[in-house]
Write a protein that binds this ligand. Sequence first.
Ligand code: AMP
Ligand code: ZN
Length: 112
Amino acid sequence: MSGCVFCKIAAGEIPAKIIKKGDGILAFADLNPQAPTHLLIIPTIHIGSLNDAKDPQLLGTLLAFARDLAKEQKLDTRGYRVVVNTNPDGGQTVFHLHLHLLGGRPMEWPPG
Ligand code: AMP
Ligand code: ZN
């Protein structure tokens, strides 16, 4: 989708620190990290938000990809958080579906 920053990253049109590639999935470093490890996992096709994700298999694949990436980043034993912010009250600012993988420090609950 033209104008979508994450579509542009997926197309290689703007730079990002790519961490892992999968079949229709990409993980890259967040530009403004909120934890020692803060990665974003996206489908390479444009899906605006979790509300727009029609394919439950894709959602499962994204979650498993995040889990595998957490293990590769050696976050699995101590733990990590996977977050999907959705629409304004959820804190979504980029309207291309993405999972945040956060780790490397204890997380607080409840989230802000
Ligand atoms: P959200 O608020 O859940 O929509 O998260 C959007 C995330 O994308 C934020 O954590 C931003 O720091 C991150 N972000 C925005 N633009 C870029 C970019 N060009 N490269 C990497 N991360 C980005
Ligand atoms: Zn997009």
